[in-house]
Write a protein that binds this ligand. Structure first.
Ligand SMILES: Nc1ncnc2c1ncn2[C@@H]1O[C@H](COP(=O)(O)OP(=O)(O)OP(=O)(O)O)[C@@H](O)[C@H]1O
Ligand SMILES: [Mg+2]
Length: 393
């Protein structure tokens, strides 16, 4: 297993958490559509890529990233296109055959669905204004026979799409878009044929709250992707270290994981192991806790290229006044272990932003900065981000 930082972890470089994948399938089999939810960089995209690359026989898995989509018509067009995509189909077929099963004739059934000239549509060409892709999508689900299998459509960056539609076409259009998606999910007939997993690097709930449209997503079951356990963290670290031929005693690794990284997301483990490897290359030696301290400090010093995306998001989502408040909140949190929500609220009052306060906290939480640690007490999720923030911002 090689280091894989900043890009989706796939194949050999993906650390598999069997329980997570099993729980996701369990929730799907119970009939749910899912919202895979976790703060930034916890590993959402990597998980759904794994599911796409290793599908079970019952679900034809389709992955789409709709980050660039800015209108509802293109959204449904992109979904249809992905379902019919030849590469997608052959990946599924290969994976099922590898498991010793056959799915003969399955794709013919998809290909032969006649939804009114659909196959003559040039997907890559200019938009054909006369085609209603939402209607085509429903028509397809109406007619397709999937042999009791289901399409598992995994939509990455769904909340970004909603924001784009809002920005380009207004709030009403964004709400209509949510209703269109809901009505597909709520249709009993389609429900036998398709399940959705939504995820994204920004929080769906904070996006729909701003639109007063939470009712349009409350049928989706949230599945919270958790950080790794200590045992999993140790295993991932050992796997990576082995590749670079570095030996570290378990108690020293535990020191790294428990006392330094604390919030055990694969991303932060990868970043730390990279620093250890780089330091080890310059000066190979027995790795003890002082070595770990040094590597950890290097990570904070060198972290900009990996951590700056956290900061970049803030100036996109918050206006100037909100941003000033956000900086105030984060500054307070770098100075203390935990801070009472009431104290943070006082800051909001000072900035006349009481009304946005809740949503700001929610956004910061989803962005992976802060977490409600115990009742109404907030702290940074991660000492890495906390130290980096207090040094850089
Ligand atoms: N299962 C895993 N095995 C190994 N590394 C992982 C795994 N999951 C995540 N990572 C590490 O974390 C980084 C972020 O993962 P990923 O892009 O999947 O997260 P994400 O939750 O989709 O992030 P974002 O919210 O920014 O979209 C990867 O670049 C990789 O370094
Ligand atoms: Mg992602």
């Amino acid at each position: 297993m090689k280091l894989s930082i900043g890009k989706t972890a796939t194949g050999e470089d993906f650390f598999l958490r069997n329980d997570v994948v099993a729980e996701i399938y369990e929730a799907l089999n119970e009939g749910n559509h899912l919202l895979l939810s976790a703060p930034r960089r916890v590993g959402k995209t990597s998980i759904i890529h794994y599911i796409k690359d290793n599908p079970t026989e019952d679900y034809y898995c389709v992955y789409v990233d709709t980050e660039d989509v800015t209108d509802s018509q293109t959204f449904f067009k992109v979904l249809l296109k992905a379902i019919f995509d030849i590469e997608n189909k052959s990946r599924y077929q290969k994976s099922i055959e590898k498991a010793g099963k056959t799915i003969k004739g399955f794709f013919d059934k998809i290909d032969n669905v006649d939804i009114g000239g659909f196959f003559s549509i040039d997907f890559s060409g200019k938009d054909n204004e006369s085609i209603d892709y939402y209607e085509k999508f429903k028509d397809f689900l109406e007619k397709v026979d999937l042999d009791n299998r289901k399409i598992l459509l995994m939509v990455d960056e769904f909340p970004v799409t909603i924001e784009h539609i809002k920005d380009e076409q207004g709030e009403q259009a964004a709400r209509n878009f949510l209703k269109q998606n809901r009505s597909i999910r709520q249709n009993d007939k389609y429900n036998q044929k398709i399940k959705f997993i939504y995820t994204g690097s920004i929080g769906l709930l904070s996006v729909v709250k701003k639109l007063n449209a939470t009712v349009d997503v409350n049928d989706i079951l949230p599945y919270k992707l958790k950080p790794l356990t200590l045992t999993e963290g140790l295993e991932l670290s050992q796997n990576l270290l082995q590749t670079y031929k570095i030996e570290i005693e378990e108690n020293v690794l535990k020191y790294l994981l428990k006392d330094k990284i604390e919030w055990l997301i694969p991303f932060h483990i990868q970043l730390s192991i990279k620093e250890i490897r780089d330091l080890f290359r310059i000066a190979p030696q027995k790795v003890n806790s002082e070595f770990i301290d040094k590597a950890f400090n290097e990570l904070i010093l060198n972290g900009d290229i990996y951590l700056d995306h956290y900061r970049g998001r803030l100036s996109k989502v918050f206006n100037r006044d909100e941003l000033t408040l956000v900086h105030g909140i984060l500054k307070k949190l770098t100075e203390q272990q935990t801070v009472n929500e009431a104290e943070l609220y006082d800051l909001a009052v000072k900035h006349h932003l009481e009304n946005s306060f809740k949503n700001i906290l929610l956004t910061l939480e989803y962005d992976g900065y802060i977490v409600e640690y115990s009742d109404k007490k907030w702290r940074f999720y991660s000492p890495i981000l906390k130290k980096w923030w207090s040094k850089n911002v």
